[in-house]
Each structure stands twice: as structure tokens, then as C-alpha cells.
Design a protein around this ligand. Structure first.
Ligand SMILES: [Zn+2]
Length: 310
């Protein structure tokens, strides 16, 4: 029998290859190894602060607070909505609004590619989810920022979704709640990101000052940059989560500019409460009831006006 490359065409090899093809047809995806399965369907996670291994189902029951060191771990948007909104009452809005790429921005990746990666990672089109729902039976317009989507940064799509939510709440006389988590304006969209601050603030002016409607801002870690400098701090009541990092510029930038060292707890929710930047710090497990109490309390105030035609 002739040896060499032609041997691959032998009858035994042909049968073996056919059997392999048949096996692949019958078993389209090979079973995952335990490591791969954990990556795709994780059951456990690890606290980055104390190293404790945490069972995800228990962690969810604990509102994503580490049972080892009481650190507030990041909570994803689905779990946040589930923890705040009455079951079955969430009606999302403007889910398909997505950023364009007006500057054709590119660093080590194109902006378009970064958007696609974040969309695949989070399952959302943009870094804020907006909609209406009930909180213990009280109707609200709610926006929840997704930090895992490009650091929760505010580009033109995020700004537009929040503005439309505020305008909807204004027309329908709804209480507005924003759960903030953001690194600030989205640099990939340049000045178009910055103008979202003014656009949202203008919509809030109509909502709060012209209609006397009620806006509660909930600041989670981290809330920084252009988001802090606009709608995050404009709440009629500004609530912080315990231990949350809230600021405008980063610690290092401030230290280098002032030439001074800052206290260890600088830019934490507790420090800001002491210095009058926050109204309340509310634990995660009490947040839904605290929001309900605030909404019910505000319903009795005399200045409240329903709706405005814009
Ligand atoms: Zn921990």
C-alpha cells in the first residue's frame, strides 16, 4: 500500500471521518467542562473585598451584600428592577434607542465595537433602562443605569432615554425615580454627551418647577462626573446607598489640583451626608419601602400639580 499523503483517502479513514461527522451531528455541542459550565452558568461568586466565596442564590436574598464583610456588591439591572418593582408591573420604554457613532471614534477599539460588546455582555441596547411600574402599588416612572454597559456612561442615547422618561412622567403626573450608577459623560461622543446634562436638566425644570412633581434620585456606587453634575444631584430627595462612591472628579485629580491629601472617607455616601450633599442613606433591603413612604408622604403636599402639555 502506498504510504504518504494519499493514505488519508484510504477506506478506513473515510469510514472513521464519516463516523466523526455522524457523532458531531448527533452531539452538536460537546458537554461543558465544570470550569466552562461555571463561567457560562455561574452558581458562585467571590467577594473582591474579603475573598469569601458566595452562593449566588443566597447573595441575591441578601440584596447582594457580602455576608463576610457587609460590602455592597454591584447589583445588576434585572435584579435591581426585581427588588424595586412589583412583580409583573414593569413596562419598559424606548428599549431600542441606541447610540450612533457621530465622531467615528476609535481608540484601541472602535466605538461601534465597544457598543456591540456591551450589548452582548448586558443584553441591553444602552446604559440606562427606563419604564413605568408600581412600587408597593404606587405608579412611578423609573430609570435604572447599567454600570456594566461602558461604565454606565451617558451618551446621546442615554440622555435621550432619560429625557423622554421625564417628559412622559411630566405629562402623566408620575413620580420620577432615577437609580444612578455612572462613570460620567461618554467621551466617545464628545460634546454631544455633555449637552445631555443640559437637556435632562431642562426637562427636570419643567417636571419639578413648573409642575411641582416629585423626583427621587438614588445614588449607587459609583456615581461620578457628568451624571453627578446634572440629574443625580437634582432630586427633591437625594438618597445614597451605604458606602457608595459619589463625586465629580476623581480623588487623584483633586489631590493633584489642590496639592492636599483628602480624608479616607472622602466621596463616600457617609461623608456626603455629613456635609449636606445627601438627604438620606438607605440600606438596600429598606429602599423599596423608603421610596413608598416618600411617595405617599409627598402625595399630601399642597403644591402638587398633575401633568403638563409640552
Ligand atoms: Zn466580602
Amino acid at each position: 500500500m502506498k504510504k504518504g499523503p494519499n493514505r488519508k483517502l484510504g477506506i478506513l479513514n473515510w469510514i472513521r471521518r464519516n463516523r466523526e461527522d455522524e457523532y458531531e451531528l448527533l452531539h452538536p455541542s460537546p458537554p461543558l467542562s465544570p470550569e466552562e459550565a461555571l463561567r457560562v452558568y455561574p452558581l458562585w461568586t467571590r467577594c473582591d473585598f474579603c475573598g469569601l466565596i458566595l452562593y449566588l442564590a443566597t447573595l441575591k436574598d441578601d440584596h447582594f451584600i457580602c455576608s463576610g464583610c457587609d460590602t455592597y456588591l454591584r447589583i445588576n439591572t434585572f435584579d435591581r428592577l426585581e427588588s424595586l418593582i412589583d412583580p409583573g408591573s414593569w413596562r419598559p420604554m424606548q428599549e431600542l434607542v441606541s447610540s450612533a457613532d457621530p465622531l467615528k471614534f476609535k481608540d484601541n477599539k472602535t466605538y461601534k465595537q465597544r457598543l456591540e460588546d456591551s450589548q452582548e455582555k448586558t443584553g441591553f441596547q444602552e446604559a440606562v433602562q427606563t419604564g413605568t411600574g408600581l412600587i408597593n402599588g404606587c405608579p412611578v416612572a423609573l430609570g435604572v443605569m447599567t454600570f456594566d454597559f461602558m461604565g454606565g456612561s451617558m451618551g446621546s442615547a442615554v440622555g435621550e432615554k432619560i429625557t423622554r422618561l421625564i417628559e412622559y412622567a411630566t405629562k402623566n403626573g408620575l413620580t420620577l425615580i432615577m437609580v444612578c450608577a455612572s462613570g460620567g459623560a461618554r467621551m466617545q461622543e464628545g460634546v454631544l454627551s455633555l449637552m445631555q446634562m443640559a437637556k435632562i436638566s431642562a426637562a427636570l425644570y419643567n417636571f419639578q418647577n413648573r409642575c411641582g412633581l416629585f423626583y427621587i434620585s438614588v445614588l449607587t456606587s459609583p456615581t461620578t462626573g457628568g451624571v453627578t453634575a446634572s440629574f443625580a444631584m437634582l432630586g427633591d430627595v437625594v438618597i445614597g446607598e451605604p458606602q457608595a462612591i459619589i463625586g465629580f472628579a476623581g480623588r487623584r485629580v483633586i489631590e493633584q489640583t489642590l496639592g492636599e491629601y483628602l480624608p479616607d472617607n472622602f466621596q463616600t455616601a457617609e461623608y456626603l451626608l455629613q456635609h449636606g450633599m445627601l438627604d438620606l442613606i438607605v440600606k438596600r433591603k429598606h429602599l423599596k419601602n423608603a421610596l413608598t413612604e416618600l411617595i405617599l408622604f409627598n402625595q399630601g403636599t399642597p403644591h402638587r400639580t398633575h401633568g403638563l402639555s409640552l
